[in-house]
Design a protein around this ligand. Structure first.
Ligand SMILES: Nc1ncnc2c1ncn2[C@@H]1O[C@H](COP(=O)(O)OP(=O)(O)OP(=O)(O)O)[C@@H](O)[C@H]1O
Ligand SMILES: [Mg+2]
Length: 735
């Protein structure tokens, strides 16, 4: 059916409730196909349309306003958009919608256009012609557009404000909707400084109702939003935050043999569904992507979001998050690391089941993740406190917020209740109806929590925490690709320097809290880390309770998945693809083998991290960088008989690539001589001889060799004026 706008009321402003409920429901059905309003939608719509209100603007100027300011709190997927889209259909003129994301605006505008509702957005991504056309329409005196989406940045420009003022002067600005209004509050989890500028809207257009919408329920945020937007006597509407169609569950990483495998199993058991996995770091996403791919699950690492996500299945190569597609049928949302706050967790898990069908939220909780996050947050707080004489309220809040998340994971009460109470909603125990793991399997959860306690206590006693290291995610030209750390980082208090050993953690925490220890000497840090590593290896063999030896096995399927990933990374890199000197397959085999050789003893996490870093590096490096890397990695070439990816197993090649230790690089260079590593017959790619290289260093050996080297270097530095050069560009991270 060819829909057109329903006949509109043009007599608004002179009577109370300009357009009645029936007419609004009719509009809803006609344009959006929904049978009735949900939650507080109708009240929010009516607030904006309600009868004339007389306001005193200054001591002597009075003005009339049709409609009332409104603060509307509705859960994710609750239908907030309808609260400003329906009013746009009730009378000529425009509804201005401020939205934080261009992708969101584009998505909503195209959906509205499909429904033949005239909507446009203005953003930096559009051509001048398109923008001019929109402006022409707005200035025409009878604009066709009903919904105009803009960014907060545009509101701050004088050019746009003067255009808006003209529209308003002609009586055509009907409503100002501020979507995701929590972005204005520094208490919120998504603060956007540009939102602060929106406070000017209320004073510029005192008689236009403002509708602030958010799914962030913290009372502090609500107060802050209302004050910052300067809402006048707003109608405050709050819907329940309960998402009855989401089943909440926590899985304990420390009790799982392999959390990666568990995610794969979980997703496979759900069938061919759309899912999102949130991780704390991109490297972990990369690791997961490798695991999922090798398990036959199609996935992609999201580039667009600050939160790193993995999506499946890929639909015609379309990443729905990156393209801003608002999918309603996400069935599973996993958090592979504990989120920073309940607000963030609620928002992200709330992406599941926006179509109201049964869905799952699964949070993988690990004690190590918790410690890492605590360290990051206290370190951030320390830095902020040091750099500002004023107490930083937001960093203290971050720590408190995180505590609530820990309680969610470690508590034995109903998860749903916990979420809702966190948002100030008191609910009866019966509300959950066994739709969280605690209510459904109380005995199992209690036993898991007991085991978790025992395992944690055991590890505390024995100091058997693991140290996970990954390479830095952004490598500058000239930096070496390495799993170890940047020794120059020691004074920076980098958020990435996390110790997992209790000893080391305590020391690191102390470092975070005391000013003097902020300058913790590199030597101390190394000692701590070395001790942690020794503890780890000592205890590993006795660690019968948490037997994780099988974690170190790197199966062939994983290796094949990894090679495929490296191959894809090179293929993304046009320079490499177009360089006829490069034999891509052989490069892939060589690089994967390099990672395998180095990490087959240390474990899967080490291997995956290095593979992920290599893939990232490959996707952007130039051909010469690849040449340099191969030549500096080893003189050991691929055996001549290696012609395919499958040929190159550890047994079939004699590669041993100690790129982690600079000492070895230098030795290798000396042996290799200045050859072109690609063309040379003895190059890693085309060569045939296989040189015996020094053994792979353990972390302790590396440190000791580093110390020896440092002593040598400092002796030579004392003689050389060129101090500060040739620093080891190494970076360490714990995951
Ligand atoms: N009255 C209604 N009846 C049925 N479905 C509705 C109704 N109102 C909205 N919806 C549907 O609910 C879904 C979510 O709507 P919307 O995107 O507006 O939610 P939201 O509150 O803005 O969520 P978020 O916080 O994620 O932005 C959409 O698919 C929408 O079509
Ligand atoms: Mg929305």
């Amino acid at each position: 059916m060819n829909k057109s706008l329903l006949p509109l009321q043009s007599n608004c402003g002179r009577q109370k409730n300009v357009i009645g409920k029936e007419a609004l429901v009719k509009l809803l059905r006609w344009h959006f196909g929904h049978s009735d309003f949900r939650g507080k939608q109708l009240e929010a719509i009516e607030a904006g349309l309600s009868g004339k209100v007389l306001y005193m603007f200054t001591a002597i100027v009075y003005y009339e306003r049709v409609g009332r300011d409104c603060f509307c709190l509705m859960p994710t997927g609750g239908g907030k958009s309808m609260c400003y889209q329906v009013p746009a259909l009730t009378k000529p003129g425009i509804v201005l919608v401020v939205s934080p994301l261009i992708a969101l605006m584009e998505n909503q505008v195209s959906t509205l256009k499909e429904k033949r509702i005239p909507a446009e957005f203005l953003s930096s991504t559009q051509t001048v012609q398109v923008k001019n056309k929109i402006y022409e329409d707005l200035e025409s005196g009878k604009p066709a557009v009903r919904l105009l989406y803009v960014t907060p940045e545009l509101i701050a420009t004088s050019g746009f404000m003067s255009k808006l003022t003209k529209i308003h002067a002609r009586g055509l600005l009907n409503l100002i909707a501020i979507d995701e209004a929590h972005c204005i509050s520094s208490w919120g989890h998504d603060f956007r400084p540009s939102y602060r500028k929106l406070s000017s809207l209320r004073s510029h257009f005192p008689n236009v109702p403002v509708l602030a919408l958010t799914a962030t329920a913290a009372p502090k945020v609500q107060k802050d939003v209302i004050e910052s937007l300067n809402l006048q006597n707003p109608l405050v509407l709050k819907s329940s935050f309960n998402r009855p169609n989401i089943y909440y569950e926590v899985r304990y990483k420390d009790l799982l043999d392999d959390p990666y495998a568990d995610v794969c199993k979980l997703l496979k058991s759900c069938g061919n569904v759309c899912a999102i996995i949130y991780c704390l770091e991109r490297t972990m996403c990369d690791d997961l992507a490798i695991q999922l791919t090798s398990s036959g699950i199609s996935c992609a690492v999201s580039e667009a979001q600050t939160a790193v996500e993995i999506l499946l299945p890929l639909q015609d190569g379309m990443h729905f998050l990156d393209s801003g597609i608002d999918r309603k049928d996400v069935r599973v949302v996993c958090h592979f690391n504990i989120p920073k706050s309940m607000e963030g967790f609620y928002q992200e898990s709330g992406r599941a089941g926006r179509d109201q069908l049964p869905s799952r939220s699964v949070l993988y909780y690990g004690v190590d993740d918790r410690r890492k996050m605590e360290f990051i947050l206290s370190n951030t707080k320390r830095k902020k406190d040091e750099s500002s004489s004023l107490q930083d309220k937001s960093s203290k809040k971050s720590l408190d917020d995180f505590k609530q998340m820990v309680e969610y994971c470690e508590g034995s009460g109903c998860r749903r209740k916990m979420i809702l109470e966190n948002f100030g909603e008191m609910v009866p125990d019966s509300l959950c109806e066994k739709s969280c793991d605690v209510c459904k399997h109380p005995n199992l959860v209690t036993s898991n929590l007991e085991q978790l306690k025992t395992a944690t206590a055991f590890r505390q006693r024995t100091g058997s925490s693991r140290i996970y290291m990954t390479s830095g995610s952004s490598l500058n030209a000239g930096e070496q690709l390495s799993e170890f750390w940047n020794r120059d980082d020691e004074a920076s208090g980098s958020e990435e320097d996390i110790s997992e050993s209790d000893d080391a953690l305590d020391a690191a925490k102390n470092a975070a809290s005391s000013k003097t220890s902020a300058k913790l000497r590199l030597q101390d840090k190394m000692d701590l880390l070395q001790r942690a590593e020794e503890n780890y290896y000592q205890n590993k063999s006795h660690d019968k309770q948490v037997n994780k030896l099988d974690k170190n096995v790197i199966p062939e399927t994983l290796r094949e998945g990894g090679k495929q990933r490296l191959l894809n990374a090179i293929k993304q890199n046009q320079q490499m693809v177009n360089d006829s000197r490069i034999d891509i397959d052989k490069c892939v085999v060589f690089l994967e083998n390099e990672c395998y050789k180095k990490y087959s003893k240390s474990g899967k996490s080490f291997y995956l991290s290095q593979m992920a870093s290599t893939a990232r590096w490959l996707s952007t490096a130039g051909p010469m960088e690849l040449v340099n890397k191969l030549s500096s990695s080893s003189t050991a070439p691929l055996p001549e008989n290696v012609t395919s990816l499958a040929d190159c197993t550890p047994e079939s090649s004699n590669l041993s690539v100690p790129i982690s230790a600079k000492a070895n690089h230098e030795e290798v260079h000396d042996n290799a001589g200045p050859q072109d590593p690609i063309r040379s017959p003895t190059s890693p790619i085309h060569g045939s001889a296989s040189a015996k290289l020094p053994p792979i260093l353990s972390f302790s050996q590396f440190i000791n060799s580093g110390k020896a080297k440092e002593n040598l270097a400092s002796a030579s530095k004392r003689q050389s004026p060129d101090r500060g050069k040739n620093k080891l560009e190494k970076r360490m991270r714990f995951q």
